[in-house]
Ligand binder design. Structure first.
Ligand code: G3H
Ligand code: 13P
Ligand code: ZN
Length: 322
């Protein structure tokens, strides 16, 4: 199977009550960990590349790594997506350079400016057989250079979604319902604490999601900032020399519920970073004399694979849906 767009994936996910995982890729081990899990579980998967990933690893290297994953996993649909494109030129460069899907994120602009830029990208993308994700509402957290402090995010306004989608022609819409980028999604003041002293975040705004679904029946919704920040990895990081106090994510059961509704794409990056970092720290602590990158990247890649397999089966519900 060649690289695919997300059109068919989302239609099946919407009808089947599951979501497709969109995982950020920055190097070979990450691409391999994700696609080995998806391949073994016969799950569709979206590999997404941010502007920062392109700056780090180079567009061509990333495209060729993803093409290699397609060859190695011929039985599953794989889409290659630009995450948080912020200009027409960046989107065009990815459309021209082999991506099957792009996100234009003009969510920090005014409603009219967001529409104008999204529409421009949609026209170019659709002429080239590529699909477009857009965003309405602002998530808290850090993405590339944009930092939005917790408490300064704004939920998507459901009364705007129909006009936005019909005027732009976008193929999917990312909305803000309380998820947030990074490993520190909520301040302690926004949370309560459980008996173990771990922060318990406020629930996602399912009322906002339901309102959006009512106004956009059958239309695929996307959730960014959907890492769960597994406490086993946070503990591992902290136990082996790291310092990540109060790192907290979105509870898995809330993401599972979103996946059964109209949410067809769930974005995960921070959990990959945590899985790798925790395991590399552990490896270094236990083998202070080792210096071959293959030795410490092997358990890191395996941890990404195990984490993605867990998401596919217990959060996304996309196993067996290839
Ligand atoms: O939403 C942002 C993603 O986690 C990508 O992060 O821009 O640091 O590559 P990055
Ligand atoms: P996390 O930081 O929660 O992994 O979100 C990633 C994301 O939304 C990428 O676009
Ligand atoms: Zn995002």
């Amino acid at each position: 199977m060649a690289l695919v767009t997300t059109t068919e994936m989302f239609k099946k996910a919407y009808d089947g009550g599951y979501a497709v995982g969109a995982f950020n890729v920055n190097n070979m081990e990450i691409v391999q960990g994700i696609t080995e899990a998806a391949g073994e579980l016969k799950s569709p998967v979206i590999l997404q590349v941010s502007k920062g990933a392109r700056a780090y690893a180079n567009h061509t290297y990333l495209v060729k790594l993803v093409e290699a994953a397609v060859i190695e996993n011929p039985e599953i649909p794989i889409a290659l997506h630009l995450d948080h494109g912020d200009t027409f030129e960046l989107c065009k460069s990815c459309i021209d350079g082999g991506f099957t899907s792009v996100m234009i994120d003009a969510s920090s602009k005014s409603f009219e400016e967001n529409i104008a830029l999204t529409k421009q990208v949609v026209e170019y993308a659709h002429d080239h057989g590529v699909v477009v994700e857009a965003e309405l509402g602002t998530l808290a957290g850090i993405e590339d250079e944009v930092v939005v402090e917790a408490g300064h995010e704004s939920y998507t306004r459901p009364e705007e979604v129909e006009e936005f989608v019909s005027r732009t022609g976008c193929d999917s819409l990312a909305i803000a319902i309380g998820t947030s980028h990074g490993a520190y999604k909520f301040t302690a003041a926004q949370c309560t604490r459980n008996a173990d002293g771990i922060l318990v975040p406020p629930p996602l705004r399912f009322d906002v999601l339901e309102e959006c679904i009512k106004r956009l029946p059958g239309f695929p919704i996307v959730l960014h900032g959907s890492s769960s920040v597994p406490q086993e990895f946070v503990k591992m990081v902290n136990q082996y020399g790291g310092n990540m106090p109060d790192a907290v994510g979105i509870p898995e059961e809330q993401l599972r519920k979103a996946a059964t509704l109209a949410v067809c794409k769930i974005n995960i990056d921070s959990d990959i970073r945590l899985a790798m970092t925790g395991n590399i720290r552990k490896y270094f602590a236990e083998h202070p004399d080792h210096f071959d990158p293959r030795q410490y990247l092997k358990p890191a890649r395996q941890a990404v694979k195990d984490m993605v397999a867990h998401k596919i089966q217990y959060v996304l519900g996309s196993d067996g849906k290839a």
